[in-house]
Ligand binder design. Sequence first.
Ligand SMILES: *Cc1c(COP(=O)(O)O)cnc(C)c1O
Length: 409
Amino acid sequence: MKFNTKLIHGNYMENETGATNTPIYFSNAYKHESAEKLENIFKGTSMGYAYSRLTNPTITAFERRIASIEGGLAATAASSGMSAIYLAIMNVVESGDEIIASAGLFGGTYTLLRNLNSYGITVKFLEALDRESITNAITDKTKLVFGETIGNPKMDVLDLEEVSKVCKENNILFIVDSTVTTPYLIKPLEYGVDVVIHSTSKYINGTSNSIGGIIVDGGTEKLKSDRYLNFKQYAKMYGKMSFTGKLKATVGRDIGAAVSPLNSFFNLTGIETLALRMKEHCKNTLDVAEYLIESSKVSAVNYPLLKTSKYYELAKKYYIKGASGVITFRLGSKENCFKFINNLKFIANVTNIGDTKTLVIHPASTICAGNTIEEKEQMGVYEDLIRLSVGIEDVEDIIADIENGLNAI
Ligand SMILES: *Cc1c(COP(=O)(O)O)cnc(C)c1O
């Protein structure tokens, strides 16, 4: 099956009624004919459902669809992108361990990692995830390298192949957040990444109607090594799929961040149009970028597929279909940013990205307000920075509205 077909049919889960849409199973619990049957489900020796914090048919259908689209062995849905990131990390690290991460991460992820300090976990934030910096940062205690395919909102492009190689040579797990890029633009597992995470609240859902996250396991032999003593028993039981095996048996169960079956249904519906939407997001964003570059009121237009971007060469290598719908630029002052935002007509001043609608935000005073000035700069966030998430409206209308904002400066 090719990509567009998989979006609609990949790993389709039959249901007893023949309903063409996945039924929404609003049930916490499931009846079983015998005590032995339920015992076997709990033992993992028999397929079946026990309790919706652990498994639910609608959630399973969504997990299977995403696993198929990403080319993974298994996927585990979570109640938000943040909980997906938290679960994936806590599945691997223990007190005393170290993580290597890009300093240009999404604000929420940066804060999450920084706060792990109080659990005795050290995070080394690197200016850039390149061979030399990673190699210098690795110790016996390093358990994972974490980055974003394209950073939100730094718009830096991760060299997936190179970082995968370094991680492979050192037998260290490589986890990537691909929220901005989606499986339509890139499938990180194909480049040697071990685990891929999405906030499904963004492009996967598509219309911002539900919060959710997902963790996709590409399968790995790395967890069999002595670096990961905490995986020994799971590696024996689950082989290449020990990441998911441990996740479902430990932190997944302990923390219980299950996504709603309704959200899973919305995501299954949303993902069917992912390819169509992403094509438009990418095309419109390039047009918006070209318009912004021409404006005397705008500087530092930042989009990886612009020749002026530091990441142009990498973007051309990895993002032949487009570099998604997020773009940032600078307007000279915070005051100008506020004037710009306050004079937009339909472009909405909101926190998220990845909606069909065009969205705008002033990151420094909002999503990154909890970060220090140094941290903000590492994330590519300045006092005069605007982030746009370009939607799929007619681009003439988007540009006309941007002009409304710029005319007010
Ligand atoms: C939004 C976002 C998250 C967090 O996801 P939620 O669903 O809001 O919890 C994580 N990573 C990136 C890149 C994001 O854009």
